[in-house]
Design a binder for this molecule. Sequence first.
Ligand code: MG
Length: 362
Amino acid sequence: MKKIALVGCTGSIGKQTAETVRRYPNEFAFSSLVCGNDENALAAMNAEFRPAYACCAAKEAPDLQRIFEDCDVALIAAGGFAGLSYTLAAVRAGKRIALANKESLVCGGELVLREAEKYGAEIVPVDSEHSAIFQALSFRRDTRFARLVLTASGGPFLHCTEEELACMTAKDALRHPTWNMGAKITVDSATLLNKGYEVIEAKWLYGAGYEQIEAVVHPESIVHSLVYFEDGAAIAQLGYPDMRVPIQLALTYPERLPCCEQLDLARIGALHFERLPREKFPCFDLALRAGKEGGTCPALLNAAGETAVQAFLQGRISFLNIAETIEDALNAIPRSDADCYEAISSADATARERARKLIYGK
Ligand code: MG
């Protein structure tokens, strides 16, 4: 029986994790459940799964030690920058961390990895692309590879003209063609900021240089990512787009349990790949720029991005304003080292304030 501490239990990944636990009651149980603000959903899960500890972060400050003290796996599915403090607490408890919170590595990659080494914690990716790479590397981070290729569905606006992009609303952005995800990440998929985040995550997870990581558009979302090796061989992981597979695998690996339908290749027919249209979606290059500049730059990128996406979802700014808000923060705020939580958190606050001023004029 594996005991899971689930942070972000009422979000999209959290609910799908609960489905896995429901399906395998003899394999998994929740030792703790933490949600952001959906108290009612937490109460229902609490009644069903009876964890030793449950907390709604909007109501009371979560006890970071208690969340992780009794678990075998910490699944961090909290959204946004808030996820970093949970990831750090789980790392310092020396746990296996099934990481679904991108911001932990985007903003705090250097710190999280250093602490993981110190405390003997293990980071297992939940994101479908990084899970695919992990599988292609036979679950071994020391496997030598030449290049990593992240696939991208391209989001709902892939073939829009720039004029069309300027008019896109939150409702349009939330119609993702293949994956069923939360609102924030769905908008990040439409801007390709999400793919930029994933490049930064891949750098930290697999010790790859930025020149070794690329992204390619694959509209069917069947090939979840690939690893190229020195001899020219490439290994990919394929499957229907279903987050339950990487979630479950992060909990069970190297073992596997039945999860979803197997591919019917003849029914799928053709798979397509095309170049990432970087010039139309500047958020991708902004993410790479921040990643390469390093230090607190990715935290600035993320904070400005979160603020802008929230404003976009509320109809306050246009789709194209999202990239402009991020670029403004990166240009205006100086980089500093990201070697402790305080430095990262302070960069986060500075970029949020600047982005808010730009968007709301105050
Ligand atoms: Mg992904």
